[in-house]
Ligand binder design. Structure first.
Ligand SMILES: C[S@@+](CC[C@H](N)C(=O)[O-])C[C@H]1O[C@@H](n2cnc3c(N)ncnc32)[C@H](O)[C@@H]1O
Length: 616
């Protein structure tokens, strides 16, 4: 189903005829069809039941089954029926249908909404998942649940007073928790005429692994020419979800004779194509990094590679901000243009901050004497090459191959420029390095950055949780923070400041920190961990930030940090959620510990840095 986008739900007995109409006449990409047509009568308990309970697999080629058909299970199944014979029959039929879908090589089967209690249903799903390799099970979840209708085949949106968007999310949540967060279980979200009134309840689906959006024809309105369109609110939600690589399924009968079923497919394509965000989304620089967990860099312990420097240098925004900070500092603190200002770039890498400093000096009409201090001998080669080839460098740059913590500077600096920041601000040992470097900063000298604050926010992300599990799911992997472009994620509360570092700092410095933060989450959700960000004050009002509310526009040098929790746990809207974070150092290592203490208590993650630390 890789290239497919808009599918249609069909119920015809003749599948190939239905596919021909759907693809050729109506321009859909795939069909959603019952695995067993209700007209096929069968007795699943009979020994001879296997032969002939549905159409033959030879009806289509395996690539067609895989790319052009999604299955649905029979609507008569009642896996939680009190009537035991019906339940037993339903269980056997469910097992048989899922096995058949796997045999056909379908990519996914849509299974019915798990209306409460749905406990035995969940057991059957868990059992089925345990035996599957590729087939995904998509649980049909109405966006807003209605009370069940009596009788077979009741689907949400079919009538009755609307409850709210929490009920149906809880169906999904119970199903995935009972199925132990299985990686092949996903929601297929069915839009309803009413959307949840609380935006947080709607936004919560952005943290869930929604694979399919089902669009009943009943939710479409008619435009002034009689063609189907979605309301503005529905459009906004569809476009929001389109960022998450969902597939669409149109379900139901054509409500107007204008264009018939073809007009729904045409409208969906038109809607999705005209969205500029969607058009850019696939090509965006960050697209390959979304929800991909990366180990944070260890620039102190390891020597960064050329490619890593190249990636840094591709982001002009960071260097523009540093240039502006240096320019402002030069103008504010060095009014006499005839004085040569001593500026040291500590951790100079391949020299982009040296170049930014020269641009700032030229804009401010000031003269610099620059020291470029770098401990990575490979980056020093690049710095030396620039000193040899560039006149400006030859005259005014001294390249120093040294660790800033132990270097004996020949003179004191007026301005100390560094970029040793990690996604959480202090997580790449900037405080420890700058403590060493500030001994060669004049007492009234300026550090750029002046300070940085780390921020923490609770998040729900089924996807990130499963990414950590896929690494082995052991304590070590759940006690490690990851750099990750957060995408299939919902923030449950605005980020709050956690640790602050100011430079220069009174010595001897204590870089250990402890912060306890209490959040009010905006909707019931499964808490999977915490996002970490930073906001650095470079100089005066020049900030370099990845905290969402102050994010430096178009800057992509840093992705946030993800601190996982070993056990995802339910948090409820409005109830206080308290988490504690520790930054600990022991002379050779720096590490974080974290634990939730309300509304439930977790163990302290990464005690003593047993699973993850940064070498100093
Ligand atoms: C994040 S990179 C920034 C490089 C460059 N300034 C830039 O903005 O592209 C940090 C640099 O600091 C260097 N570094 C880290 N700790 C250092 C230390 N203690 N002494 C000298 N250089 C250090 C690393 O080798 C790396 O080149």
């Amino acid at each position: 189903m890789s290239s497919a986008t808009v599918g249609i739900e069909v119920f015809d007995v003749d599948l190939t005829a239905a596919m021909s109409v759907a693809f050729n006449d109506h321009q859909y990409d795939y069909v959603v069809a019952p695995l067993v047509h209700p007209r096929f009568v069968r007795d699943v308990n009979a020994h001879n039941a296997i032969g002939g309970f549905t159409r033959s697999d030879t009806l289509l080629g395996s690539s067609q089954w895989n790319n052009q058909v999604l299955g649905t299970t029979s609507s008569w199944l009642e896996l939680d029926a009190l009537d035991e014979p019906l339940r037993v029959r339903s269980e056997a039929a469910f097992k048989q249908e899922i096995a058949w879908a796997a045999h056909l090589g379908l990519s996914a089967v849509i299974i019915p909404p798990p209306r409460e209690p749905a406990v035995n249903y969940a057991r059957c799903v868990a059992r089925a998942l345990a035996g599957l390799h590729y087939l995904r099970l998509l649980v049909r979840i109405p966006l807003v649940a209605s009370p069940p209708l009596s009788g077979e085949g009741a689907t949400a949106g079919g009538g009755g007073p609307v409850l709210d968007g929490d009920v149906s999310w809880r169906w999904w949540n119970q199903m995935r928790v009972l199925c132990d967060h299985h990686k092949n279980l996903y929601p297929a979200l069915e839009l309803t005429a009413d959307l949840p009134s609380d935006p947080a309840v709607l936004e919560r689906w952005c943290g869930e692994p929604v694979q399919v959006l089902i669009l009943p024809t009943s939710i479409f309105l008619a435009n002034r020419h009689g063609f189907p369109v979605l309301s503005k609110a529905h459009q906004a939600f569809v476009l929001r979800m389109s960022n998450h690589r969902v597939q669409y399924v149109v379900s139901g009968v054509a409500r107007s004779d204008k264009g018939g079923m073809a007009s729904y497919a045409e409208y969906m394509r038109h809607l999705l194509q005209r969205d500029p965000a969607k058009a850019q989304a696939g090509d965006a620089f960050d697209a390959p990094y979304r929800d991909v967990l990366q180990a944070p860099l260890q620039p102190l312990q390891d020597n960064l590679e050329s490619q890593t420097y190249e990636t840094f240098e591709r982001d002009p925004v960071k260097y523009d901000l540093y240039e502006e900070a240096v320019r402002k500092a030069l103008l504010a603190r060095f009014p006499d243009a005839s004085v040569t200002v001593v500026l040291m770039v500590v951790g100079a890498g391949r020299g982009p901050l040296v170049r930014a400093a020269f641009r700032a000096a030229s804009a401010a009409k000031r003269t610099l004497r620059v020291y470029a201090v770098e401990k990575n001998p490979n980056a020093v080669v690049t710095l030396m090459a620039q000193k040899e080839s560039l006149a400006q460098w030859r005259d005014s740059v001294t390249v120093v191959s040294a660790d800033m913590r132990t270097w004996q500077a020949p003179e004191l600096a007026d301005i100390l420029v560094s970029e040793l920041l990690g996604s959480f601000g202090d997580n790449e040992s900037s405080p420890e390095c700058l403590d060493g470097a500030q001994k060669f900063l004049k007492p009234d000298g300026i550090s750029i950055p002046r300070s940085y604050v780390s921020f923490v926010a609770p998040i729900t992300s089924h996807r990130l949780h499963n990414e950590v599990r896929a690494m082995g799911g052991d304590a070590k992997h759940f006690e490690t923070p990851y750099v990750v472009k957060l995408h299939n994620v919902k923030l449950l509360a605005p980020p709050q400041p956690c640790f602050t570092f100011v430079h220069p700092t009174p010595q001897p410095a204590n870089n250990d920190r402890f912060g306890s933060l209490t959040f009010r989450v905006d909707c019931d959700a499964l808490l999977h961990g915490f996002a970490g960000y930073f906001d650095a004050t470079l100089y005066d009002d020049v900030h370099c930030s990845i905290e969402p509310s102050t994010h430096s526009p178009a800057m992509f040098s840093w992705f946030p940090l993800f601190f996982p929790l070993r056990s995802p746990t339910l948090v409820t809207a409005g109830a206080p959620l308290t988490v504690s974070f520790w930054r600990r150092t022991d002379g050779h290592r720096m590490y974080y510990e974290w634990a939730v203490t309300a509304p439930f208590v977790t163990s302290i993650h990464n005690p003593g840095g047993r699973s993850y630390y940064i070498g100093l």
